[in-house]
Design a binder for this molecule. Sequence first.
Ligand code: X2W
Length: 286
Amino acid sequence: MLDISNSIKAQVLNDALPYIQKYHDKIVVIKYGGNAMTSEELKNAVMSDIVLLSLVGIKAVLIHGGGPEINQMLQKVGIESKFVNGLRYTDKETAEIVRMVLAGKVNKELVALLEQHNGTALGLCGSDGKMLKVRKMKGDDDLGYVGEITDVDVKPIMDALNNGYIPVVATVATDSEGQVYNINADTAASRIASALGAENLILMTDIRGLLRDKDDETSLIPEVNVSEVPFLVKQGIISGGMIPKIECCVEAVRRGVQKTCIIDGRIPHSILIEILSNEGIGTLFK
Ligand code: X2W
């Protein structure tokens, strides 16, 4: 524990005041990816940050992934994990396992952790209250039951927020025939943030943000205007797995989310640094 004097503690809190005021009553969507759920300690730090935001009057919505946990479960039952352009090939059996892991395990664990930090959380998935309408994703490759969101009904999330709950959303949904669809959590967070008219969308992952040189963590690009994105892709600075992630940021900004950022969930309390200070952390898209 860092030994800091009481006056510095008071100064830190006082410095946060303008940010608390700016975000008061505003919706902040936090996407917590499975790659950033590396230790219990980190998960606890993330949950306590979210409880703190909620207690100072910020309407925090937690959308989670859980890719590594799905991989583990598939391995246990002897199904091979297959990805096409970063999306999991999802047959009927895999879709059931994805629902079990995301909505059954990861979602309930995060809710329980928030409760342990004295937050009041409500776990939901895309099927609850018909929140996410999905159809089979179209494209060159057949990905099986990977869902594309056609509509978001924000009522279940708004009802939870207006009743003082922190909504925790697993990104699986069912179609009108009851077929389960697997939805990429970044894409879902982007669509949900837009539909909510969120002030901020934060994608928490296991990288510092967008790096000019992917092997050099000090080459972080702190801010990107979404109009520069095609140029950065052409230059190869945005490549591979970063392309779909950044597309989610661009989409959210285009659909009216003021600020979208990719931050490093491995840094303790990165959410608080991002929202309640002028430091910022990671890469901001606007
Ligand atoms: C993802 C859903 C979970 C997710 C999957 O099956 O892994 C698709 O790929 P992370 O931890 O945020 O990667 N869905 C279609 O996105 O989790």
